[in-house]
Design a binder for this molecule. Structure first.
Ligand code: GCU
Length: 134
């Protein structure tokens, strides 16, 4: 099925601000996480069916220091890395595989270090590629 895009600037933000001063984002802006542990962006993700899904997070981190975040999907958390991208206008992607429920899901990306999260542009929710099972 088709991938669905959820822009960070349309999500729920705790301890962060929507900004647009670093070019290359999709939509109308991105979220600049406050530089504090626990800052988060939360997305309301709707899925047609239950099952595995890929979450592709588009971000920029213009520092040399990784800004890991806890990605919680309906309360189940995995922590993934958001390494430096060199400059704030260089946007890259980080992907995590998860399981969604049919209907409403909550996806929260929370900074786990005092540097806060990277600048977050969007998440794209898709179906993992087929393969393996004939
Ligand atoms: C700079 C940059 C911001 C970024 C911030 C940070 O201020 O302009 O976009 O969010 O650094 O370190 O988090």
């Amino acid at each position: 099925s088709a991938a669905t895009t959820y822009e960070a600037e349309s999500a729920t933000v705790s301890q962060g601000a929507v900004e647009s001063n670093h070019a290359g984002f999709s939509g109308t802006g991105f979220v600049n996480y406050d530089n504090t542990t626990g800052s988060y962006v939360q997305f309301a993700v709707d899925a047609a069916t239950s099952g595995p899904a890929t979450l592709t997070l588009r971000y920029a981190n213009g520092t040399a220091v990784n800004r890991p975040m806890a990605i919680a999907v309906n309360g189940t958390t995995s922590t993934i890395d958001f390494p430096g991208t060199g400059v704030w206008t260089n946007w890259q992607e980080a992907t995590v595989t998860t399981t969604l429920n049919a209907g409403a899901n909550t996806v929260r990306a929370t900074a786990t270090t005092a540097n806060g999260g990277p600048n977050l542009d969007r998440i794209v929710v898709g179906t993992p590629s087929a393969g393996g099972t004939p």
